[in-house]
Design a protein around this ligand. Sequence first.
Ligand code: F6P
Length: 357
Amino acid sequence: MLKIGMLTSGGDCQALNAAMRGVIKGLHTKTNDFEIYGFQDGYKGLIYGNVKRMTPDDFSGILTRGGTILGTSRQPFKKMRIPDENGLDKVEAMKSNYHKLNLDCLVILGGNGTHKTANLLREEGLNVVTLPKTIDNDLWGTDMTFGFQSAVDIATDTIDRIHTTASSHSRVFIIEVMGHKVGHVTLHAGIAGGADIILLPEIPYDINKVTEVIEKRSAAGKKFTILAVAEGAISKEDAKLKKKKYKAKLAERRFPSVAYQIASEIEQKLDKEVRVTVPGHTQRGGSPCAYDRVIATRVGAAAAELILNKEYGYMIAIRNGETQKVPLSEVAGKLKYVDPECKMIQEAKTIGISFGD
Ligand code: F6P
């Protein structure tokens, strides 16, 4: 009898349910001899023993459903070794709940922070298999995470809709796309949506370069300019600050986010009307796109094979279009950034897209 615990952790995204369905279908096709335990709301459920016995039927009919049927929460890795308000040792509590249920392994679906904790649990002797989720696609070791393409589609749709209203009104529009540390979603949606300027955390911008582009477009008779700006876009000046100083500066910023700050700077420098659109969490909502359903199902099925072979301590990645197991020790703690020198950026520049640098 195989006893499997499962949890989804960190920010949700599309295709989490599709991936869990892939795991359970992959197991169920081979054997009936397993039990599934679903921990509620991510690591919180594992810490506090909030767990539900589940059946393969619970994972049926959820391929297209957004969110996660297990619920999720953010449990920062850096706080895992700090006891909770009642003095509970979280790591020991997770181990104890795992052993109480006599689990053979834990299937953990998550992004960067989740993988750090998954690796910690592996180091503490638990059997762990992980799946790469996040709209940010910033997880090291995999070319693709599920959720990313769905978020890109939504952000692109937002830019498409803004295009029509921007052209009617001769305005500058800024669409703020999710991604605090990395700009993959912004880069892809910006190119797909035909943005004129794309600002990413990885390529600090100069506001004068941004306004130059807008002016040049006006001089060329273009009535509007569209900017796709990542949540974590940063000016050249701010990029020089020490992390602590930059954080303190952000805490005092009088704008709700970077897009509004850039909008105000453009309005101060140019005689232009600027509007901001923030699609926010809609980028993580709704049904997964077909591509995400496919990769989530594939990584789920590949995880089922690992579990049946009792191979633990791996994340299932997508590399060169194929599923591949990658040791968790290699994945944990590394972010996959946009490479400012990559071909995609060069090609975007070739067609005249500005990165404000
Ligand atoms: O990590 C996914 C993500 O959507 C980021 O793009 C975004 O910066 C962050 O989560 C938002 O987090 P929360 O849902 O906790 O506000």
